[in-house]
Design a protein around this ligand. Sequence first.
Ligand SMILES: Cc1cc2nc3c(=O)[nH]c(=O)nc-3n(C[C@H](O)[C@H](O)[C@H](O)COP(=O)(O)OP(=O)(O)OC[C@H]3O[C@@H](n4cnc5c(N)ncnc54)[C@H](O)[C@@H]3O)c2cc1C
Length: 335
Amino acid sequence: MESILLLVHMESDGLLAKPALEALAAALALGGELTVGLVGGAAQPAANQIAGCGAARFLVVAGDPYTQPRYATDAAAAEALCRQAGAALVLAPATSRWARALPGVAYRLGGRVDTHATSLSVQDGAPAATRWFYRQRMEAVLSRSERPWVVLLDAGCNPAWTGPAGTAQVEAVTVETPPTRTTVTGVQAPKADEQTIRPDARLLFVAGAGWTKKQPDGAVHGAEAETLILGFLRAAKASLGGSKSLVDLSGEGQPVLRFMTHLNQIGQTGATPRHPKGLSTCCHGEEPHVVGWRFVNQRRAINLDPNCGWARGKADVLYVADAFEVMRHLNKLLA
Ligand SMILES: Cc1cc2nc3c(=O)[nH]c(=O)nc-3n(C[C@H](O)[C@H](O)[C@H](O)COP(=O)(O)OP(=O)(O)OC[C@H]3O[C@@H](n4cnc5c(N)ncnc54)[C@H](O)[C@@H]3O)c2cc1C
């Protein structure tokens, strides 16, 4: 197996996050000589965090300009690390930072880049990457002859590396810091309990447009829908998904489910999250929606209609029931 450079960047606490540890485990499983390239403020704590991983070298680009995500500095740091390591395969977690900077770095190096890899293997002594195409309907195994080959590995597909910390011998790589035009002046993020998209949650809760439709009593119960859904999300620490019909309604400013945005949309034109379990409510289960459930292992749905899409082999369990009633009862149990 050829030599590997693993590129990782530190988070605001100075350490490596789970996607970086997942990419490290994937790199180690390939078996080639491993160099770790670290980018961030101070590299020693992060290098120490993975000191026991068996990497041959720890190369670092550290300093103030590299604490903030910014194309110019991230690309300059990654390019310098790639040139210093001279590795054939450059592996990195698909963080927003690397996804933005590394395609340009591959171009500068005369190499190639592939994104959204889900796993790596060795075939005939050379690395091969697996990725999905056509909204996760087809899986392909890719190899390339061009080097360096930069591969961005999606988060949540590999177990994270666990091993002993220690004291790593780091080698500083000098970079001429490029002129910068971008300054990060602050971070705006919702409070933790307002965050509805939780990639690490054990359960994906999906709300469909049925929550906003007239119910058997002839009325719409938007306010109660909101209370029931938010109550369940808080109690179950679930991640929230929505059908396209529902997020489109919310986007039009209608007074239903104000916390639902297009980022929550699951499906062909939405996201394909990875969760062990999923519960769909008031959503019909049409194919363009259900393709987004490809990586949800156990699927359950609540729908009034026994002939809805979920009943046609798309869910493991379909509860033919009123989702308002079921969720009221569930929330009571969870409380
Ligand atoms: C090119 C293309 C791309 C698309 N991409 C996507 C995509 O990415 N994601 C996506 O979601 N859709 C996508 N769609 C749209 C998709 O085909 C459906 O129109 C959409 O998923 C329907 O949303 P829904 O099931 O929430 O709403 P509806 O079809 O209106 O279904 C509402 C359901 O709620 C049920 N219901 C109502 N009240 C209750 C109650 N009290 N209890 C239980 N059940 C109740 C009803 O029985 C009904 O089945 C796409 C379509 C196209 C053509």
